[in-house]
Design a protein around this ligand. Sequence first.
Ligand code: ADP
Ligand code: ZN
Length: 298
Amino acid sequence: MLAAIEAGGTKFICAVGGAHDDIWAQKTIPTSTPDETLSACARFFQDAQVRFGVITGLGIASFGPLDLTRSATYGSLLATPKSGWAGTNFAHYFGHQVGVRVALDTDVNAAVLAEARVGAARGARDAVYITVGTGIGVGVMSGGQLLHGTLHPELGHMPVPRAHGDEKFESQCPYHSDCVEGLASGPAIAMRASMPASILPSDHLAWQAEAYYLAQLCRTITLAYAPERIIIGGGVMAQKSLIGKVRREAERLIAGYVPVATRSGGMERYIVEPALGKISGLVGAFLLAQQNKPTGGR
Ligand code: ADP
Ligand code: ZN
């Protein structure tokens, strides 16, 4: 039996089963304090072991930033803005409480793993997953491996030139005055348009600036990693007209310099929606559990 957790800022989804498509039990636990949330997760897994047998591996797809270095601190949350959670070590905690080996990665790296194995980029060895929600996160698979470096990609914070007419907008990122997350996350859209992104009409001008910023991100991703597919998910992409605008802007910005999109079968097949939707993190966590080895580059 494998175990998986998708750890988010508002809820933890725990599951056990034979594989990502063979789930035997699942439970959603609110994210409160680390003590409360993690002990509820541990109880779920202990009960599952009584009901179904031994867990052979636990995969966790988590919000970050995470320490994934091959060191004593592997598996801990770094300076997360989520109050009280910095320093929480998932690998130690579940190692001791459930007696299981833990493989963890960022929610977006898990999502790109899932999409590349069983989703919208099935079979790809080079793929990138972007989530556009409360923040903007990027997961990268390069040559079949999830990319880490000494941390993990944080490309949501790459700098971007301002969209025409957006020069005076104040970035919503506390660290950067000019990053994609600060200018194009759900909260940034809401601030710019003075209404929540979820009710912003599809013909509102703010979507043009949004498409431009996401296209700049796709351009940099294309130049840096030359992936087979870029998958864009997250709550903001529920605005169905957005992905087409991003494709058109990305095509304009890449300006024919690299033939990646052509090689993938055109812009429609290069920049795509996720196939797994909201479950990509959990599916990725199962796949991490299956690999059953610590992730991370160093
Ligand atoms: P999180 O990033 O917190 O995990 P989501 O990926 O669900 O959460 O993203 C939440 C963001 O998505 C919010 O900023 C919300 O306004 C936005 N959102 C939700 N529904 C829609 C919609 N239909 N159209 C555009 N934006 C939406
Ligand atoms: Zn930033």
